[in-house]
Design a protein around this ligand. Structure first.
Ligand code: PGA
Length: 253
């Protein structure tokens, strides 16, 4: 069965003290207020991963994710962080291919394919992001772009490997802009993504895959997005930095 997931991507925000305060509030609220079965993931900056894992490890609903990792296993790569290191901290998920990584750090599908493999090799779960720019959507190329991002980034995986990934559809024009994809636009693209996966890996794997929506998702619009049959949760940026907003989004699932 596909998991319902709400993941908070904190990006490069918060001091350590602010991060600890926020996660303590979320930890408390997720215990007390969220009655249904949802997987909550928190993706803080690297330096906070261990403390956040420590604070939440007794809460079975909360898991941690890294926002990135390097594409090699180890060695002389000053400043980089390996998947194995993340695993040793108790991290369970790694966001791969966020549009900010694709855009500012020029990460292309081929590099991301390597990262996905590295993450799977140490038995962590990649959350693979895909999404088109506004220019691409206006040129009616959005389906084509997503197809290429999936084919080049993921379609070399075996069936077994593919059963252990999560996909996030994040239209670049909606990220951090306050403009959200309409529920129809989100459903249309999620359904398309699932149909591509069906074609490549079959019905069972496609039906069990969680596909998250990301891009200005907040406590007001989450419900109508999550109500779509192919939207299995959200990857939340700005609204994950406030405990009340974030837990309201979790409750909307
Ligand atoms: P946003 O970011 O919710 O602030 O638009 C989403 C994301 O980048 O994952």
């Amino acid at each position: 069965m596909k998991k319902k997931i709400v993941a908070g991507n904190w990006k490069m925000n918060l001091s350590l003290l602010e991060a600890l305060a926020l996660v303590s509030e979320i930890n408390f609220m997720v215990n007390d207020e969220v009655m249904h079965d949802v997987t909550v993931i928190i993706a803080p900056p690297f330096p906070y991963l261990q403390s956040i894992r420590q604070l939440t490890k007794d809460n079975p609903r909360i898991h941690t994710a890294a926002q990135n990792c390097y594409s090699e296993t180890k060695g002389a790569f000053t400043g980089e962080v390996s998947a194995e290191m993340l695993k040793s901290l108790g991290t369970e998920y790694v966001i791969i291919g966020h549009s900010e990584r694709r855009n500012y750090f020029k990460e292309d599908n081929h590099l991301l394919a390597k990262k996905v493999k590295i993450v799977l090799n140490v038995e962590l779960i990649p959350i693979y992001c895909c999404g088109e720019t506004l220019q691409e959507r206006n040129a009616n190329k959005h389906f084509e772009i997503i197809k290429i991002q999936l084919e080049e980034g993921l379609f070399y995986l075996s069936e077994k490997e593919f059963s252990n990934i999560v996909i996030a559809y994040e239209p670049v024009w909606a990220i951090g802009t306050g403009v959200t994809a309409s529920p129809q636009q989100a459903q249309e693209m999620h359904q398309y993504i699932r149909s591509l996966i069906k074609g490549k890996y079959g019905n069972e794997i496609a039906d069990n895959l969680s596909i998250l929506y990301g891009g200005s998702c907040n406590s007001k619009n989450a419900k109508e997005l999550f109500d779509n049959p192919d939207v299995d949760g959200g990857l939340i940026g700005g609204a994950s930095l406030k405990s009340r907003d974030f837990t309201d989004i979790i409750k909307a699932i």
